[in-house]
Design a protein around this ligand. Structure first.
Ligand code: SAH
Length: 361
């Protein structure tokens, strides 16, 4: 009978206390766990071999008993605006994407939380894939570590160049809540990557019961993809709305535990003739009235075949002005990485399917 081979434990997914307990089983002291944790989460080591201050015998022992799950770069595309799209290959041969967006003040990474997505929003390319699987906390974190490592090779002297994270890549973060929560704990740990919760935003289609848990169990910022102002339209473009209506979603936002000075971001993709009327802008202002809210108006990024059209810049500005007049803070999101299909809602490994025969097997 074939011997059952269990996958080795991925050390990238363990918190410091878990790693300490695991090393204790291998008869290693707690300070070794701290060293190892710093290698994985602070310095972003890609293999045990490079952990130069661990003894050779420990590194061999680690290789034997555990693994360090790592993403590998499958394709890297750079936009004329400095945006970089990374396509990663996971250990089991899946493809996911992350998008790096530098500006003067911040270096932001947009990370994926699932391979594909189950939410099926009508305008979103990732939504056409369906859900292939959830990402592990280790895979979510490794997008950050691997980009930091790649940026370090560009000659910067900063150890961890990324300053901000947005969970707005492929997938619905609150549909993979446990792993997302774990990844936030790892990314925020002071012994590790030490991200401030003020610099991390998680975006959701609006899984209402999970928004409550998210508020209780994490401390990062919330963004809601609202995208419509009537249930009739939202039902049509975001199937999640059939289950949780706009009123339920807004109620969850009103009871969301808000930290001092924070606002909830509402993302609103402007779709020509669908959700871009003056009445929509008026209703949107009413929906968020009284909430510490910020509206992010997103110009639609064209996905051929999905049947939606973008509004022009002038119309986007008119829409913003209506909100402005109602004292609702709204900004039109700069469109980045369009030339490499790295913009919002365009992540779907499209080119992979076309170019790589393996992808169709
Ligand atoms: N599932 C999460 C995070 C991923 S989508 C969520 O829905 O919030 C990130 C954002 O991109 C969402 O606000 C979504 O509405 C938006 N988006 C999706 N497709 C888009 C497109 N083609 N053009 C512009 N924005 C899009």
């Amino acid at each position: 009978m074939a011997k059952l081979v269990l996958p080795k434990l991925d050390l990238r997914e363990l918190s410091l206390p878990e790693l300490t307990a695991h090393l204790a089983q291998l008869e290693e002291p707690a300070f070794r766990a701290r060293q190892l944790y710093a290698w994985i989460h602070r310095k972003g080591a890609r293999s045990f071999a490079e952990m130069s201050d661990l003894s050779k015998s420990l590194r061999v022992k680690l290789e034997e008993h555990c693994q360090l799950g790592s993403l590998t770069i499958d394709l890297k595309q750079e936009s004329t605006d400095g945006t970089i799209k990374y396509r990663w290959r996971t250990a089991d041969g899946q493809f996911i994407e992350s998008v790096y967006m530098p500006s003067d003040r911040r270096k932001t990474l947009c990370v994926s939380t699932q391979v594909g997505c189950a939410m099926a929003c009508a305008f979103c390319m990732t939504g056409t894939l369906g859900l292939k699987r959830h990402l592990t906390a280790g895979e979510i974190c490794d997008q950050v570590y691997a980009v930091n490592a790649d940026l370090r090779t560009r000659g910067g002297r900063v150890e961890r160049p990324l300053t901000n994270l947005v969970f707005m890549g492929m997938g619905e973060p609150l549909h993979n809540f446990e792993q997302v929560k774990k990844s936030l704990e790892l990314l925020e740990s002071p012994e590790g990557c030490d991200f401030s919760h003020r610099h991390i935003t998680v975006s959701t289609v609006g899984l209402v019961p999970m928004i409550e848990r998210f508020g209780q169990e994490t401390n990062v910022k919330l963004a809601i993809s609202l995208n419509a102002t009537t249930d009739e339209v939202r039902d049509r473009i975001m199937p999640v709305n059939k289950k949780w209506k706009i009123a339920d979603l807004m109620e969850a936002c009103r009871t969301f535990p808000m930290r001092q000075g924070r606002r909830i971001t509402f993302e609103y993709v402007l779709l020509q003739g669908v959700n871009d009327s003056d009445e929509d802008a008026e209703r949107l202002a009413k929906l968020v009235a009284g909430l510490p809210a910020k509206i992010n108006l997103i110009p639609y990024n064209d996905n051929p075949g999905l049947g939606f059209l973008s509004v022009g810049d002038a119309r986007a500005e008119e829409f913003r002005l209506i909100l402005d007049k109602r004292n609702v803070f709204a900004a039109i999101r700069a469109n980045r990485g369009r030339d490499i299909a790295a913009a919002c809602g365009q992540l779907a490994n499209v080119e992979k399917k076309a170019a790589d025969p393996r992808a169709s097997v």
